[in-house]
Write a protein that binds this ligand. Structure first.
Ligand code: GAL
Length: 431
């Protein structure tokens, strides 16, 4: 709307305003000089251009809005020009404190003594497609080991270097550059005072499907690698059925009973009582297992459950809120994005109830072109969680980026992850 400065109004318009007339009662002279009545909302031509006639009450609020806009303009322009000092910018290049892009993929967070540690896969060098993985498009880079970054505010991350380096020149070694190391997670054991890392260790064709474990006295390593295994050998899950025990070609649980269950995509979760659990994609990726760890966190305790049976769930990220366990995860389509899923349970061993896709916003049905990796609570803030995702660049894995978004809950208690171009943590506590 065009509103002229009062001093540049024609006299007749000033009179109209002073008189408090309704716009429909306004009279003016047309261009030929005859007196005419203007309907409300008309745009009479004046010597100064088109002016929309407003009723006096509307005129007042229009003047106030104009004044408000002028007062706010400098702040608005400043906001456009200056990025927020501390904010998350999902899917943008995220640089560490030395100015280099953070390289910690499929990662997880550990909070210890007021410092957050971000552990992830170091992916560097050219991406290639090994012959053994051509059938399903399993591109990769030479394994770079596990990197670690530290932060006290979650925005600024200092590179702490490689905390589990790869092994060069020994292809038989689990940590060999030729092999696979993915989705490392670290937890702290208060009894042993050790930092314990679990990861997905695999052969180049992903056939080994094992869990690797490493320990360190310090969060920044170097971690000592203890070896790998297939978890829960010679143990049936707590929710085993008679059919599960029957040998059959498509019964992978029974097939792997003696040698241990396959474990690929994985995460760790420590409960309020200090008991730790590994969640891993098992049975040829068809079914997730929740597996309790020993008190030192170094081995499976032999108690586990099959969950989301036959749902081909990968990239599990587990958290707890108000006594309930939650899971955000992906489907199974390699580096290509799919629709995320969420689930909830009162008991960590199940039953788990699926809650559907938690993502909202553009490309929510493709998880914003990302895949989940971890969800963690923000220290000092009640019920505030951050969900971490990887945006894989299938043909340029080293430049895959990160999406961190807040987890909210709808009225039914379902987790919701909404896209934000950028966002920041509120200062103070939430409820
Ligand atoms: C994904 C998995 C990743 C990685 C990738 C290999 O499904 O979540 O961690 O293993 O496949 O293509």
């Amino acid at each position: 709307m065009c509103i002229l400065e009062p001093r540049s109004w024609p006299k007749w318009l000033k009179r109209v305003c002073r008189s408090g007339l309704d716009a429909s009662q306004v009279q003016s002279r047309d261009r030929a000089g005859s007196l005419c009545r203007l309907p409300a909302g008309a745009w009479p031509l004046t010597a100064h251009g088109a002016v929309k006639l407003l009723a006096p009450s509307k005129m007042k609020s229009a003047l106030l809005s104009t004044l408000f806009a002028f007062l706010c303009l400098p702040a608005f322009l400043a906001a456009l020009a200056i990025e927020p000092l501390a904010a998350f910018w999902p899917a943008q290049i995220w640089k560490d404190t030395s100015g280099r892009p953070i390289n910690a993929h499929g990662g997880g967070i550990l909070l210890r003594d007021g410092v957050y540690y971000w552990y992830g896969e170091l992916k560097q060098g050219p991406t290639y497609l090994p012959d053994v993985n051509k059938s399903w498009g399993g591109t990769r880079v030479i394994t770079g080991g596990v990197s670690c970054y530290s932060s006290t505010n979650l925005y600024d991350w200092k590179n702490e270097g490689l905390v589990l380096p790869p092994i060069v020149g020994d292809p038989a070694n689990d940590l060999a550059c030729e092999n696979i190391i993915e989705r490392p997670k670290v937890i702290y054991n208060a009894r042993t005072k050790k930092f314990v890392m679990w990861l997905h260790q695999d052969s180049p064709d992903y056939a080994a499907a094992r869990s690797g474990v490493a320990v360190s006295d310090s969060p920044t390593g170097t971690f000592k690698y203890l070896g790998s295994f297939r978890p829960n050998a010679r143990a049936w899950p707590v929710n085993v059925t008679a059919r599960d025990r029957e040998p059959a070609t498509d019964n992978y649980l029974a097939r792997d009973f003696a040698g241990g269950q396959m474990s690929r995509d994985m995460s760790l979760f420590v409960d309020d009582d200090g008991t730790a659990y590994q969640f891993y994609a098992s049975e040829e990726n068809a079914t997730l297992h929740v597996s309790q760890l020993t008190e030192d966190y170094l081995r499976p305790a032999g108690k586990y459950a099959r969950i989301l049976v036959g749902r081909s769930t990968e990239a599990p990220a587990v958290f707890k809120r108000n006594g309930k366990y939650y899971l955000i995860a992906s489907g199974c389509s390699g580096w290509d994005p799919n629709t995320a899923r969420s689930a909830m349970a009162d008991n960590i061993f199940g039953p788990w109830t699926e809650l559907g896709n938690p993502c909202r916003g553009p490309h929510a049905n493709k998880t914003f072109f990302c895949q989940s990796t971890f969800v963690f609570p923000v220290a000092g803030q009640t019920n505030r969680f951050i969900a971490m995702f990887d945006c894989w660049k299938k043909w340029d894995l080293q430049n895959s980026c990160y999406v961190w978004l807040p987890v909210e809950f709808d009225r039914d208690g379902k987790p919701i992850v909404t896209w934000h171009k950028h966002w920041a943590l509120p200062v103070g506590k939430s409820s």
